[in-house]
Design a protein around this ligand. Structure first.
Ligand code: PDD
Length: 283
């Protein structure tokens, strides 16, 4: 079934959508993106994603091609046009098309693309089973707080995990876990969540922020600091968060089983709370 996608103001069947070969996102990964979840045909944490998009654009001195209200309208319209009940909306803003040059063009029109991906997210076999991860060195650039489309290293790391028979990879830098290839990494020890503090070393996950808020509201303690791989392997539970995985338990790290190799009670409860609150707050 052909989707309807949004490209620079036009609604098009996916096979007819085109962007320029001179687009700087294509040539230089000069673009940023967001992935927003849709549950029950509604947007989860739209404001958080819109705010982070603004921040990414600002850090790269890029202009937004649409207003916040315009962005919400386009998100709602793409859900409607594709009859999306559950899944994701991918949004990308690029600096635009310009003759290839390392300096930013002054006059390029920023480009915007959105498409949908229908997917069952709430009932996830991976969440029931739990994920196994391998560790890899974090070889990405140092501005991981900007959500750019330069995803080659995370993609290579995920391929390495797949070849090793695992689900994902946790990246390690200076002896500490930064994050997963496309999610934030957390551990639980003695009922307390330990999660890396915010900085330019990790993406400031929108799901991470919501889950930590809900955890604190539920009376759980949260410690925001870097943790080592060994600490993670000795934890009671481990989990990842992202727009597409919500809260999903990690049950093995480099072959060491966490919590007996089963999703643990705290992470399962956090997943339930997150889904319940997201459903209630979706717009
Ligand atoms: N990835 N860290 C990285 C490196 C990510 O790519 C993502 C999201 C996250 C979690 O952020 P959030 O909770 O805002 O989704 C953390 C998206 C889902 C992706 O690339 O598909």
């Amino acid at each position: 079934m052909s989707r309807t996608v949004y490209v620079n103001g036009a609604w098009l069947p996916e096979g007819e959508a085109k962007i320029s070969v001179f687009d700087r996102a294509f040539l230089m990964a000069d673009g940023v993106y967001e992935v927003t979840t849709v549950i029950d045909g509604k947007l989860v944490d739209f404001d958080g994603h819109a705010a982070r998009l603004d921040r990414s654009l600002g850090e790269l001195e890029m202009r937004s091609p649409v207003t916040r209200e315009g962005l919400l309208e386009i998100h709602r319209e793409i859900v409607r046009r594709n009859d999306l009940r559950e899944g994701m909306i991918y949004l990308q803003v690029t600096r635009g098309a310009a003759d290839r040059d390392f300096t930013y063009p002054e006059d390029a029109e920023p480009g915007i693309v959105l498409f949908t991906q229908a997917k069952g997210l709430v009932d996830s076999p991976a969440a029931t089973r739990g994920l196994s991860v391998i560790s890899v060195p974090d070889l990405r650039w140092r501005r991981r707080d900007i959500k750019t489309v330069q995803l080659l290293y995370p993609s290579m790391a995920k391929m390495e995990a797949k070849k090793a028979g695992a689900d994902d990879a946790w990246m390690v830098e200076d002896g500490h876990v930064t994050e997963g290839t496309s999610n934030n990494a957390h551990i639980i020890k003695d009922g307390r969540i330990i999660t890396r503090h915010l900085g330019s070393e990790i993406l400031h996950g929108i799901t991470r922020a919501a889950v930590l808020r809900y955890a604190r509201e539920a009376g759980m303690e949260v410690e925001e600091r870097a943790f080592t791989l060994e600490e993670a392997q000795a934890a009671d539970e481990a989990f990842v968060t992202s727009a597409s995985t919500f809260v999903t338990s990690v049950v093995a790290i480099d072959g060491a089983r966490i919590g007996g190799g089963q999703p643990g009670p705290h992470a399962r409860r956090l997943r339930e709370i997150y889904i319940e609150k997201s459903r209630a707050n979706a717009i």
